[in-house]
Design a protein around this ligand. Sequence first.
Ligand SMILES: C[S@@+](CC[C@H](N)C(=O)[O-])C[C@H]1O[C@@H](n2cnc3c(N)ncnc32)[C@H](O)[C@@H]1O
Length: 275
Amino acid sequence: MEDRARTTAARVLENRRLWDERVPINAASEFYDLTGFRSGRDDLDSFQLDELGDVDGLDLAHLQCHIGLDTMAWARRGARVAGLDFSAPAVETAAALAAEAGLEGRARFIAADVYDAVEELGARAFDVVYTGNGALMWLPDISRWARTVAGLLRPGGRLYLAEFHPLTDVLDDEDGATVVRDYFSRGARTYYSPGSYADWSAETVHNNATEWHHTLGDVVSAVAGAGLRVQFVREHETIPFQRYAALVADGGRFRYADRRTRLPLMYSLAATADA
Ligand SMILES: C[S@@+](CC[C@H](N)C(=O)[O-])C[C@H]1O[C@@H](n2cnc3c(N)ncnc32)[C@H](O)[C@@H]1O
Protein backbone atom coordinates (compact mmCIF):
# COMPACT_ATOMS: atom_id res chain seq x y z
CA MET A 1 0.00 0.00 0.00
CA GLU A 2 2.82 2.35 1.05
CA ASP A 3 4.75 1.41 -2.11
CA ARG A 4 1.73 2.08 -4.28
CA ALA A 5 1.25 5.51 -2.63
CA ARG A 6 4.93 6.33 -3.19
CA THR A 7 4.63 5.34 -6.82
CA THR A 8 1.61 7.59 -7.28
CA ALA A 9 3.47 10.51 -5.67
CA ALA A 10 6.47 9.88 -7.95
CA ARG A 11 4.21 9.86 -11.00
CA VAL A 12 2.52 13.09 -9.97
CA LEU A 13 5.96 14.69 -9.53
CA GLU A 14 6.98 13.45 -12.98
CA ASN A 15 3.77 14.97 -14.39
CA ARG A 16 4.55 18.29 -12.71
CA ARG A 17 8.01 18.37 -14.31
CA LEU A 18 6.40 17.64 -17.67
CA TRP A 19 3.91 20.48 -17.23
CA ASP A 20 6.53 22.94 -15.91
CA GLU A 21 8.59 22.35 -19.04
CA ARG A 22 5.60 22.86 -21.35
CA VAL A 23 4.50 26.22 -19.91
CA PRO A 24 6.86 28.44 -21.98
CA ILE A 25 6.24 26.27 -25.06
CA ASN A 26 2.48 26.61 -24.70
CA ALA A 27 2.66 30.33 -23.89
CA ALA A 28 4.64 30.88 -27.12
CA SER A 29 2.34 28.73 -29.25
CA GLU A 30 -0.26 29.70 -31.82
CA PHE A 31 -2.58 27.25 -30.05
CA TYR A 32 -2.80 29.49 -26.95
CA ASP A 33 -2.59 32.68 -29.07
CA LEU A 34 -1.49 35.15 -26.38
CA THR A 35 -1.64 37.96 -28.94
CA GLY A 36 -5.34 37.23 -29.38
CA PHE A 37 -5.81 36.99 -25.59
CA ARG A 38 -4.13 40.39 -25.13
CA SER A 39 -6.54 41.91 -27.61
CA GLY A 40 -9.51 40.53 -25.68
CA ARG A 41 -10.14 37.22 -27.47
CA ASP A 42 -10.99 34.05 -25.54
CA ASP A 43 -11.53 30.46 -26.38
CA LEU A 44 -14.39 29.27 -24.19
CA ASP A 45 -16.74 26.87 -25.97
CA SER A 46 -20.10 28.41 -26.76
CA PHE A 47 -21.79 25.55 -24.88
CA GLN A 48 -19.79 26.52 -21.77
CA LEU A 49 -20.94 30.13 -22.00
CA ASP A 50 -24.55 29.01 -22.40
CA GLU A 51 -24.46 26.38 -19.67
CA LEU A 52 -22.56 28.25 -16.96
CA GLY A 53 -24.33 31.50 -17.84
CA ASP A 54 -23.83 34.85 -16.15
CA VAL A 55 -20.87 34.87 -13.75
CA ASP A 56 -20.87 38.62 -13.07
CA GLY A 57 -20.10 39.27 -9.40
CA LEU A 58 -19.53 35.60 -8.57
CA ASP A 59 -16.49 34.09 -6.85
CA LEU A 60 -15.14 31.42 -9.20
CA ALA A 61 -12.33 28.91 -8.54
CA HIS A 62 -10.66 27.41 -11.61
CA LEU A 63 -8.88 24.15 -10.77
CA GLN A 64 -5.91 23.14 -12.99
CA CYS A 65 -5.99 26.54 -14.67
CA HIS A 66 -2.69 26.12 -16.59
CA ILE A 67 -1.64 29.60 -17.82
CA GLY A 68 -4.99 31.04 -16.79
CA LEU A 69 -6.53 32.04 -20.12
CA ASP A 70 -9.91 30.43 -19.40
CA THR A 71 -9.75 31.72 -15.80
CA MET A 72 -9.32 35.25 -17.11
CA ALA A 73 -12.05 34.76 -19.71
CA TRP A 74 -14.45 34.35 -16.76
CA ALA A 75 -12.85 37.37 -14.99
CA ARG A 76 -13.46 39.46 -18.09
CA ARG A 77 -17.12 38.44 -17.77
CA GLY A 78 -17.24 39.89 -14.27
CA ALA A 79 -16.27 37.01 -11.96
CA ARG A 80 -13.70 37.32 -9.17
CA VAL A 81 -11.46 34.38 -9.99
CA ALA A 82 -8.87 32.21 -8.26
CA GLY A 83 -6.86 29.92 -10.53
CA LEU A 84 -4.98 26.98 -9.04
CA ASP A 85 -2.40 24.77 -10.72
CA PHE A 86 0.48 22.67 -9.37
CA SER A 87 2.87 24.17 -11.92
CA ALA A 88 4.59 27.26 -10.48
CA PRO A 89 5.67 28.49 -13.96
CA ALA A 90 2.04 28.16 -15.12
CA VAL A 91 0.62 30.32 -12.33
CA GLU A 92 3.49 32.83 -12.65
CA THR A 93 2.68 33.17 -16.36
CA ALA A 94 -1.02 33.53 -15.54
CA ALA A 95 -0.36 36.21 -12.91
CA ALA A 96 1.85 38.18 -15.31
CA LEU A 97 -0.84 38.02 -18.00
CA ALA A 98 -3.48 39.14 -15.49
CA ALA A 99 -1.38 42.16 -14.53
CA GLU A 100 -0.85 43.02 -18.20
CA ALA A 101 -4.59 42.75 -18.85
CA GLY A 102 -5.44 44.92 -15.83
CA LEU A 103 -7.19 42.00 -14.13
CA GLU A 104 -4.93 41.63 -11.08
CA GLY A 105 -7.64 43.06 -8.77
CA ARG A 106 -10.04 40.26 -9.66
CA ALA A 107 -7.78 37.36 -10.66
CA ARG A 108 -5.37 35.58 -8.32
CA PHE A 109 -3.29 32.51 -9.07
CA ILE A 110 -1.99 29.93 -6.63
CA ALA A 111 0.55 27.14 -7.13
CA ALA A 112 -0.75 24.04 -5.34
CA ASP A 113 -1.94 20.50 -5.86
CA VAL A 114 -5.66 20.18 -6.56
CA TYR A 115 -6.12 18.12 -3.43
CA ASP A 116 -4.87 21.07 -1.31
CA ALA A 117 -7.31 23.52 -2.91
CA VAL A 118 -9.57 23.91 0.14
CA GLU A 119 -6.64 24.87 2.40
CA GLU A 120 -5.09 27.10 -0.27
CA LEU A 121 -8.18 28.88 -1.63
CA GLY A 122 -10.61 28.78 1.30
CA ALA A 123 -13.36 26.43 2.49
CA ARG A 124 -16.88 27.21 1.19
CA ALA A 125 -15.56 30.40 -0.41
CA PHE A 126 -16.84 30.00 -3.99
CA ASP A 127 -20.10 30.32 -5.92
CA VAL A 128 -18.62 28.37 -8.84
CA VAL A 129 -15.91 25.76 -9.22
CA TYR A 130 -14.93 25.53 -12.88
CA THR A 131 -12.57 22.96 -14.40
CA GLY A 132 -11.95 20.63 -17.34
CA ASN A 133 -10.44 20.75 -20.84
CA GLY A 134 -7.88 18.09 -20.04
CA ALA A 135 -7.84 18.24 -16.23
CA LEU A 136 -9.34 15.12 -14.64
CA MET A 137 -7.10 12.55 -16.35
CA TRP A 138 -4.12 13.93 -14.38
CA LEU A 139 -5.74 13.06 -11.05
CA PRO A 140 -5.27 9.65 -9.42
CA ASP A 141 -8.32 9.81 -7.13
CA ILE A 142 -11.56 11.14 -8.60
CA SER A 143 -13.59 10.78 -5.37
CA ARG A 144 -11.03 12.89 -3.50
CA TRP A 145 -11.25 15.49 -6.28
CA ALA A 146 -15.05 15.61 -5.95
CA ARG A 147 -14.81 16.01 -2.16
CA THR A 148 -12.33 18.86 -2.72
CA VAL A 149 -14.79 20.58 -5.07
CA ALA A 150 -17.60 20.17 -2.53
CA GLY A 151 -15.35 21.68 0.16
CA LEU A 152 -14.78 24.81 -1.96
CA LEU A 153 -18.44 25.52 -2.70
CA ARG A 154 -20.68 27.82 -0.71
CA PRO A 155 -24.16 26.52 0.09
CA GLY A 156 -26.06 26.71 -3.21
CA GLY A 157 -22.78 27.00 -5.18
CA ARG A 158 -22.18 25.14 -8.43
CA LEU A 159 -19.59 22.86 -9.99
CA TYR A 160 -19.30 23.32 -13.75
CA LEU A 161 -17.07 20.78 -15.52
CA ALA A 162 -16.43 20.77 -19.30
CA GLU A 163 -14.11 17.86 -20.01
CA PHE A 164 -12.81 15.66 -22.80
CA HIS A 165 -15.04 12.60 -22.97
CA PRO A 166 -13.36 9.52 -21.43
CA LEU A 167 -14.32 7.60 -24.57
CA THR A 168 -11.71 9.69 -26.40
CA ASP A 169 -8.98 8.01 -24.28
CA VAL A 170 -9.63 4.61 -25.80
CA LEU A 171 -9.95 5.35 -29.53
CA ASP A 172 -7.27 5.14 -32.21
CA ASP A 173 -5.35 8.43 -32.67
CA GLU A 174 -5.79 8.35 -36.44
CA ASP A 175 -9.38 7.34 -37.14
CA GLY A 176 -10.92 8.23 -33.77
CA ALA A 177 -13.26 5.29 -34.20
CA THR A 178 -11.43 2.02 -33.55
CA VAL A 179 -11.31 0.98 -29.90
CA VAL A 180 -7.66 0.34 -28.96
CA ARG A 181 -7.82 0.37 -25.15
CA ASP A 182 -10.08 -0.97 -22.43
CA TYR A 183 -12.64 1.69 -21.43
CA PHE A 184 -13.03 0.00 -18.04
CA SER A 185 -9.34 -0.15 -17.13
CA ARG A 186 -8.87 2.38 -14.32
CA GLY A 187 -5.18 1.97 -13.48
CA ALA A 188 -2.47 4.54 -14.11
CA ARG A 189 -1.20 4.65 -17.70
CA THR A 190 2.31 6.02 -18.21
CA TYR A 191 3.35 6.89 -21.76
CA TYR A 192 6.12 8.76 -23.55
CA SER A 193 4.96 12.11 -24.87
CA PRO A 194 7.64 14.45 -26.32
CA GLY A 195 6.61 17.93 -27.47
CA SER A 196 3.32 19.51 -26.56
CA TYR A 197 -0.22 19.36 -27.91
CA ALA A 198 0.30 23.08 -28.50
CA ASP A 199 3.51 22.51 -30.50
CA TRP A 200 4.48 18.94 -31.42
CA SER A 201 7.83 20.15 -32.82
CA ALA A 202 9.01 21.55 -29.45
CA GLU A 203 12.11 19.90 -27.95
CA THR A 204 11.38 18.51 -24.48
CA VAL A 205 13.23 16.34 -21.94
CA HIS A 206 10.49 15.55 -19.38
CA ASN A 207 8.40 13.27 -21.53
CA ASN A 208 6.88 10.66 -19.19
CA ALA A 209 3.20 11.36 -18.62
CA THR A 210 0.89 9.39 -16.36
CA GLU A 211 -2.86 9.61 -16.75
CA TRP A 212 -5.64 8.02 -14.74
CA HIS A 213 -8.70 7.02 -16.73
CA HIS A 214 -12.03 7.93 -15.11
CA THR A 215 -15.14 6.69 -16.85
CA LEU A 216 -18.13 9.00 -17.22
CA GLY A 217 -19.96 6.90 -14.63
CA ASP A 218 -17.05 7.21 -12.19
CA VAL A 219 -17.04 11.02 -12.47
CA VAL A 220 -20.81 11.40 -12.07
CA SER A 221 -20.83 8.95 -9.14
CA ALA A 222 -17.91 10.76 -7.46
CA VAL A 223 -19.74 14.09 -7.73
CA ALA A 224 -22.96 12.60 -6.33
CA GLY A 225 -20.97 10.76 -3.66
CA ALA A 226 -19.47 14.07 -2.48
CA GLY A 227 -22.99 15.28 -1.71
CA LEU A 228 -23.51 17.49 -4.78
CA ARG A 229 -26.79 17.38 -6.69
CA VAL A 230 -26.18 16.65 -10.37
CA GLN A 231 -28.20 19.02 -12.59
CA PHE A 232 -27.15 17.68 -15.97
CA VAL A 233 -24.56 15.68 -17.89
CA ARG A 234 -24.39 16.58 -21.60
CA GLU A 235 -22.26 15.07 -24.34
CA HIS A 236 -20.84 17.26 -27.12
CA GLU A 237 -19.74 16.63 -30.69
CA THR A 238 -16.82 19.10 -30.86
CA ILE A 239 -13.41 19.43 -29.20
CA PRO A 240 -11.01 22.42 -29.25
CA PHE A 241 -8.03 20.60 -30.82
CA GLN A 242 -7.50 17.94 -33.47
CA ARG A 243 -7.77 14.94 -31.14
CA TYR A 244 -7.80 12.50 -34.10
CA ALA A 245 -6.41 12.90 -37.61
CA ALA A 246 -9.88 12.07 -38.98
CA LEU A 247 -11.55 15.10 -37.34
CA VAL A 248 -12.28 18.18 -39.46
CA ALA A 249 -12.09 21.84 -38.46
CA ASP A 250 -15.38 23.62 -37.90
CA GLY A 251 -15.43 27.23 -36.68
CA GLY A 252 -12.37 26.95 -34.41
CA ARG A 253 -13.43 23.50 -33.14
CA PHE A 254 -13.01 19.96 -34.51
CA ARG A 255 -15.69 17.35 -35.19
CA TYR A 256 -16.21 14.04 -37.01
CA ALA A 257 -16.49 14.52 -40.77
CA ASP A 258 -19.31 12.02 -41.15
CA ARG A 259 -22.42 12.66 -39.07
CA ARG A 260 -23.45 9.00 -39.29
CA THR A 261 -20.42 7.88 -37.27
CA ARG A 262 -20.18 10.58 -34.60
CA LEU A 263 -19.04 9.83 -31.07
CA PRO A 264 -19.04 12.22 -28.09
CA LEU A 265 -15.81 14.24 -27.87
CA MET A 266 -16.55 16.28 -24.73
CA TYR A 267 -19.06 16.28 -21.92
CA SER A 268 -20.24 18.90 -19.48
CA LEU A 269 -21.62 18.42 -16.00
CA ALA A 270 -23.25 20.84 -13.57
CA ALA A 271 -23.92 20.03 -9.94
CA THR A 272 -24.97 22.14 -6.98
CA ALA A 273 -24.21 22.17 -3.27
CA ASP A 274 -27.23 22.15 -0.96
CA ALA A 275 -28.39 25.68 -0.10
C1 LIG B 1 -4.37 20.28 -20.08
S1 LIG B 1 -3.97 21.42 -18.81
C2 LIG B 1 -5.50 22.15 -18.54
C3 LIG B 1 -5.72 23.00 -19.67
C4 LIG B 1 -6.49 24.20 -19.36
N1 LIG B 1 -7.86 23.85 -19.09
C5 LIG B 1 -6.32 25.07 -20.56
O1 LIG B 1 -7.19 25.05 -21.42
O2 LIG B 1 -5.31 25.73 -20.66
C6 LIG B 1 -3.82 20.44 -17.37
C7 LIG B 1 -3.28 21.26 -16.18
O3 LIG B 1 -3.40 20.45 -15.02
C8 LIG B 1 -2.33 20.77 -14.17
N2 LIG B 1 -2.24 19.68 -13.20
C9 LIG B 1 -2.00 18.37 -13.44
N3 LIG B 1 -2.04 17.67 -12.29
C10 LIG B 1 -2.32 18.56 -11.30
C11 LIG B 1 -2.49 18.45 -9.90
N4 LIG B 1 -2.36 17.27 -9.27
N5 LIG B 1 -2.77 19.56 -9.18
C12 LIG B 1 -2.87 20.78 -9.80
N6 LIG B 1 -2.71 20.95 -11.13
C13 LIG B 1 -2.44 19.85 -11.87
C14 LIG B 1 -1.16 20.92 -15.11
O4 LIG B 1 -0.11 21.68 -14.55
C15 LIG B 1 -1.81 21.62 -16.30
O5 LIG B 1 -1.64 23.02 -16.23
